[in-house]
Ligand binder design. Structure first.
Ligand code: ZN
Length: 100
């Protein structure tokens, strides 16, 4: 019986290496144009922590570089333990479409 070789050059290995360099990232989505961007968790959590006095039900948000729209995390659990999930629709944003 021969040992099965471990394939270390596959796509998974590349992803793993990237993850080690970038660290954990949060996937953000623009509510206007729908573009998605990975933002390092450290950056998101920094903004989240700074927002201590604010509304905890609202996640840290960023401006879209493409259209200037609002970017929100698709799925993110904040430093205050609040779980955010983007609703799969564009309207009614003002009312806060978060599923807890
Ligand atoms: Zn946009």
């Amino acid at each position: 019986m021969s040992k099965k070789k471990k394939n270390r050059s596959g796509k998974a290995a590349v992803e793993a290496r990237k993850r080690r360099i970038l660290g954990d990232t949060i996937r953000y989505k623009c509510l206007e144009c729908g573009i998605e961007e990975d933002i390092p968790r450290g950056v998101v959590e920094m903004f989240d922590a700074l927002d201590d006095e604010g509304d905890l039900t609202v996640p840290p948000r960023f401006d879209c570089e493409e259209c200037g729209g609002l970017m929100e995390p698709i799925e993110y659990t904040g430093v205050h333990g609040v779980e955010y999930k983007i609703a799969d629709k564009k309207e009614d944003d003002e009312k806060g479409d978060w599923l807890f």
